[in-house]
Write a protein that binds this ligand. Sequence first.
Ligand SMILES: NC(=O)c1ccc[n+]([C@@H]2O[C@H](COP(=O)([O-])OP(=O)(O)OC[C@H]3O[C@@H](n4cnc5c(N)ncnc54)[C@H](OP(=O)(O)O)[C@@H]3O)[C@@H](O)[C@H]2O)c1
Ligand SMILES: [Zn+2]
Length: 336
Amino acid sequence: MRAAAFTGLGGPSNVEVIDAPEPTVAADQALVRVRGAALNRHDLLYLQGDFRLREEHLPFVSGVDVAGEVIDIGTDVDSVSVGDRVVLSPMQTCGKCKFCRDGPENLCEHYGLFHGGFAERAAVDASRLVPLPADVDFVSAAALPVAYMTAWQMLRRAGVAAGDTVLVPGATGGVGVAAVQLIDTLGARSICTSTSESKLERLEEFGADYRLRVEAPDALEDAVAGLRPIDAVLNHLGGAFTAAGVSVLRRGGRMVICGRTAGRHSTIDTQDLFLEHKRIVGSTMGTQADLERVVEFVENNRFEPPVHATYELEETGRAFADMVSRDFVGKLVVTP
Ligand SMILES: NC(=O)c1ccc[n+]([C@@H]2O[C@H](COP(=O)([O-])OP(=O)(O)OC[C@H]3O[C@@H](n4cnc5c(N)ncnc54)[C@H](OP(=O)(O)O)[C@@H]3O)[C@@H](O)[C@H]2O)c1
Ligand SMILES: [Zn+2]
């Protein structure tokens, strides 16, 4: 079958369509005809050799977010049938460790992610498939798993409730726009930042309450000066946005971190942290129930995930180039 694979580590020019082995279905798996596979910065980090993927794994087919039709099932599968429309919860957990038993499941000590969505077909764990309502299309569904599960879990960890004010530095990409829409759905207020005025304008239609052009972390404090107190910061950028975000939190405020686009390290004033009872919490992905919840939100027209562009399988490299350029709002989806 055809698949868009990383044939080298580096950049978008290392993404090529290859003739990949036909996936075989194990007893507990389902074979999905992929209709949508969204890009995440995670895929880009893999491609750049910045996270786990090494030369010996090449060629490597990435693609974590998958939506499509079930075209075959393993002998032990009764949770889905051939013909079902589905979206994959891409988490892989052991189901046995104390974290799997006690929850949430995304804390599993053997936690991993499915990869292989940038292909015509994908063999996946059938128990990780979430049925799609008839009026949720494949491209929208593919936009949901990583970005919306992660943002929803972050909001839950931050304890965000109606009326709260939540700062989202870098609000125009996958996790950022998901956060904005979910904050709006909760009845909370969002303060959104971007380096791009034109991208900030787009955020208005997704329910963004305040849109601030912020070029660098040290400009954050002045930019939000009139909008405090801030109850929570959803921080997917990491780096110096972490110290800057902590410093603008109200007493007792919460920061939840899920990423490091802007760097891995930050210097925090610990005295500010303890005297003002602030909290910093790490978070990765969400639970399958979180994915079911965001699918319900879309089904019930609470929001539509914005898909900036779709790409044929042959154009997957261009999709990566668009992610590198930062010239997009929301999600980029490959339609193999
Ligand atoms: N732990 C988890 O489970 C998990 C799950 C999902 C994502 N993540 C992480 O969360 C982050 C966001 O992922 P995503 O897929 O939403 O990425 P994305 O769509 O590429 O995010 C784009 C956003 O990031 C901003 N940005 C890009 N490069 C930047 C830089 N060098 N400095 C400052 N801002 C920058 C952009 O700002 P402008 O608007 O100014 O261009 C834009 O708002 C990544 O670090 C990803 O690895 C983690
Ligand atoms: Zn486990």
